[in-house]
Each structure stands twice: as C-alpha cells, then as structure tokens.
Design a binder for this molecule. Structure first.
Ligand SMILES: *Cc1c(COP(=O)(O)O)cnc(C)c1O
Length: 519
C-alpha cells in the first residue's frame, strides 16, 4: 500500500472539518512534506511518459538555438507532430475538444486567420475591420439568444468561455459595489456550474455559494432561494451544464434573481450555438435565454459549437449600463489614454475574424444541419448505453452524455485494498481507462463518479457511434474480467474523488501542471 492509500484508508471516515484541521497539522509534521512529494512524483511518474511522448525524438530547447532553424525544417517537424496527434480527434475518438474538424472547413478558417494575422483590436483605428467583425459576432449571437428586434442586449467578444464567465462575475461585483455598496459579494451557483465560476470567485474575491442539484441533476431552486442574502450579487444557471449536459431551471432561478434585483447569468458556453437550433428542430428545450426577463447576462462559446477557431467566446449583457462595469479605462497613465473591453490588452484579431467567418459561412441552415446531426448521433449513443446493463445515463441529457455504474450494480470508486478481489464490482474510471486503451479520450467526472462524452460533428461520421457503443461494451466486460488492472488514470481519479484531504489533491494537480511545463 502506498502512503496516499494508507492516508486515505485512515482519513476517509473522518468529518471534513476535522480533516481540514488535520491537514494543517500534518503540514507541520517534519518529513510529511518530503514523503508526500515522493508520493506525488510516483503517481505522476506513470503519467509523465504519456504527457511527454516526444522527449527522445525531437530536439528540446531550454534556451534559444544559437542560430535560427530553417523555416522548412520547423514546418516539417510540426507537420509530423500534427500527423501523430490529429487522427484521434479526426476519427471521432475524443469528447468535445474539436467540434467541427472537416479538413476543407479548417483550411477555410486557416485562410481567414492568415489574412488577418497582423490584426490587433487594441488598435481599432488600424484595424476597423476587426471591430466590425466583433460587433457583428456579438449582434448575431445576441439575436440567437433571444435579443430579437431590441438592441437592449449588448456584449463583447472574449478569448473563451472562462474569460466570458470571469468578465460577467467581475461586472456584477463592480456594479454591486458601485450601486449597493456591497463589499463582501456572494454569487450563487449550482455545484454543476463550470469551475470558471469558482475561478472567478478566487480571482475577484467573491464568495461562491454552491447549491445542490435535485434528483434530475438540475439546480435546486429552493436551495437557491434559501441562499440569497443581502450580499448576493448574482445567481448562475447552466444551459446546459458541462458535467451532465442538462439545462438548469432557468425560468425559476432568473425570476428569483429578478425578485431580489440581482444579476442572473445563464452559462450557455456549451449550449449557445446548439440550443437555439435544437429548439427550431423541435427538440424539447426549456427556456434559458434573454426571452426570460430575469436573465441579465449570458456566455456562449463561438469556439465550441459555433465552430470557430479556439480562442473566441461571447459574453452578453442586458443593457449598456451593465456592460460598462466590464470595461477598463485608464485616464492618467503616462502611456496615454488607455481602454480595453476585456482582460487582455493586445488581442488576436485574427481569431475574431475567424469566428465571424465561421458564423457567416455556416449560416442558420448550416447550424441547423450540424445540430440535427449531433442530436441524432446522441439518440443512438444514448440507446447504446442504455443497452449495457452495468451502466446508466445520468439525468436526461441532449448531447453531452454522462454515464455511471448502474445503481443495481455493485460499484467501486476507490482503489482500496480488498475491493479488487471482490468479483463483479465495477469502477467507472477503470472503464474510462479501458476506453483509453481502445483509443478514446473521454472526460472523467466525480461526485458522483461518472464519465461523459460531449458529442461533436466528429461523432456524426459513419461508424463512429457503433464503434463507441461496441468499445464501451467491451470495456465494461474487460473491467469485470480484470478488476486487478487498475489502469493509468483510475487511481488518480479514485484518489481525487475520495481523498478527504482536498489540499493533497490540489497539490497533485499543481505538480501535474509542473510536468506539463517541463522541457
Ligand atoms: C467549456 C465550458 C466553459 C468554459 O469554457 P472554456 O472555453 O474552456 O474557457 C464554461 N461553461 C461551460 C458549461 C462549458 O461547457
């Protein structure tokens, strides 16, 4: 047994508050830090080779090469790297990540990028075309999300879903401070809301109050009602949430926010370019957008199902006055009058050009088609999962499908000794590892332990759904027959899901990032 496993066994049954105190005490014990460091290294050592596959094959640079390498040489090397990496997403083995991926479409976006590669919207005077693209991206997105004929819905382009969410939360913080004098701001979000809300809370000194989910994995509105207090600045709901792909009860949540005169943010990063079309196609889509009067901001990712190149998202607000709290201005800087709408200063205008080109080249018909394909694929995948008796689908998702071990089936999420010997138990993370062995890249979820696949256009290609369902059935059978094969990630996920020492888990993740930055 490793030290972490021993720790886990002892500590798993202790109350979390006692645990936090214990964690502080443990840190002070001489030698514990060093032993933990060895433990982290041994867990990550197994992953390092997967994360650094090129270590022995390609030159690594820890300093500038004395003289520059030939451009053709660099292009040749990148071509080789791409050819190794692309087949996985090209052939539909990957959850999310690359949402469109047809070669002629990629070539088109690359041309758009090339034409605009020098653009920087910080210099709107030099690149008015980029300002035009961004204004129109915002307007088209707002129109999709319930703005209709009014011009009351405004927004900005950002670098991604996380930035859109951070911006909206900062905006509410600054408005509440200005208009209500709130100095200890709180936001309320379901536990299924994206980690970006937690990140916003950390960065901007907000208290994030988590509310639980109901049995259908949608936010518990009564819990939200109980959580509102005089320091609450905004409520959050997802359309849909990342883990389970279900849409929160946005009408009730946004009304609650409206009653209290606070903001409501619909996080439609994932659904902003799917749900409007799903609704038109007649799928059951509950209300979630600006047609609800209580919704005061939204995020929608052009770089997900908008099929733009990575690095583009949209944040929308009800009213210019609210958007003003997002903007930054410096009037006394020796560098001159300075202003920027988002976090960055200089920005890649080419990515906005590519996002505009994506929206305009695909058009309403294109998005309807894409959405139809993805939702039809989802129906087949859901059917396939339902036919595997050991598994169950969580909630009632449209196209981001989470599955776990069926409740009637003996399950196991820890890597505790002894469990491995019991026959018939199934660890969903080992199923995920067995899927990785079969070429798949799925997302591990925890609390509860589950795995999801976010379906994209890559999965709509012929044969992909069948391959997924067959591989999943084989993976489940393999894990049942070989419970002793712990796999690569299962122990890490098991630890992350079960270890009460959250600081230890956080340290492990930090060391994982250290590995990524190792030359
Ligand atoms: C992807 C996603 C985000 C964050 O987006 P990034 O582009 O990865 O920063 C936020 N919310 C939801 C629901 C998402 O799916």
């Amino acid at each position: 047994m490793t030290l972490t496993e021993k720790l886990f066994r002892v500590l798993n049954r202790v109350n979390p508050r006692v645990m936090r105190a214990a964690e502080q005490t443990l840190k002070a014990v001489p030698g514990v830090d060093a032993r933990m460091e060895q433990e982290y290294a041994s867990m990550l050592g197994k992953l390092e080779h997967a994360l650094k596959p090129y270590a022995h094959e390609f030159d690594a640079y820890a300093e500038l090469p004395p003289s520059g390498r030939a451009r053709e040489d660099i292009l040749r090397e990148m071509q080789e790297l791409k050819e190794r990496e692309a087949p996985r997403w090209e052939n539909g083995f990957v959850s999310g990540a690359v949402y469109h991926g047809d070669p002629p479409y990629i070539d088109f976006l690359n041309q758009v990028y090339a034409l605009n590669s020098q653009s920087n919207p910080l210099h709107a005077d030099l690149f008015p075309s980029t300002a035009k693209f961004e204004a129109e991206i915002v307007a088209m997105t707002a129109h999709l999300l319930g703005a209709h004929a009014t011009n009351e819905i405004v927004g900005t382009v950002s670098s991604g879903g996380t930035e859109s969410i951070l911006l909206a939360m900062k905006t509410y913080r600054d408005r509440a401070r200005d208009q209500k004098g709130i100095t200890a701001p709180e936001i309320i979000a379901p536990i299924s809301a994206h980690a970006a809300f937690d990140k916003a809370a950390q960065y901007f000194n907000l208290k994030l109050v988590h509310i639980p989910l109901r049995d259908d994995l949608r936010a518990d509105v009564d819990a939200a009602r109980r959580a509102v207090n005089k320091n609450t600045i905004a409520l959050v709901g997802s359309a849909p949430c990342f883990p389970y792909g279900v849409v929160d009860p946005i009408p009730e949540l946004s009304e609650l926010a409206r009653e209290h005169g606070i903001g409501f943010h619909t996080d439609a990063c994932l659904g902003g370019f799917v749900l409007p079309f799903a609704e038109k196609l007649g799928y059951p889509v509950p209300p979630y957008d600006f047609r609800l009067p209580g919704v005061t901001s939204m995020s929608a990712d052009t770089h997900k199902y908008g099929y733009a190149a990575k690095g583009a998202s949209v944040v929308l607000y009800r009213g210019r006055a609210l958007r003003h709290y997002q903007y930054y201005t410096a009037t006394d800087w020796s560098g001159g009058l300075y202003f920027s709408p988002t976090f960055a200063g200089s920005r890649p205008g080419a990515l906005s050009a590519a996002a505009w080109a994506a929206l305009v080249s695909i058009g309403e018909n294109g998005y309807l088609d894409a959405t139809r394909k993805i939702l039809e694929t989802a129906t087949k995948i859901k059917q396939g999962i339902r036919e595997i008796p050991e598994l169950k689908i969580l909630g009632d998702p449209l196209w981001v499908i989470a599955f776990a071990v069926a409740s009637h089936h003996p399950q196991r999420t820890s890597s505790r000794e002894g469990d491995d010997l019991r026959s018939n138990t199934l660890n969903i993370y080992q199923v995920m590892d067995a899927m990785t062995q079969r070429g798949w890249s799925l997302n591990g979820l925890h609390k509860p332990a589950a795995v999801h696949i976010a379906l994209t256009l890559r999965h709509a290609a012929p044969g992909v759904t069948e391959r997924f369902v067959n591989d999943l059935r084989d993976a489940v059978a393999y894990v049942r027959a070989h419970p002793e094969d712990k796999g690569e990630m299962a122990p890490v996920y098991g630890l992350a899901a079960n270890l009460p020492l959250r600081g230890v888990v956080s340290n492990l993740l930090k060391r994982y990032m250290d590995v990524l930055y190792k030359v």
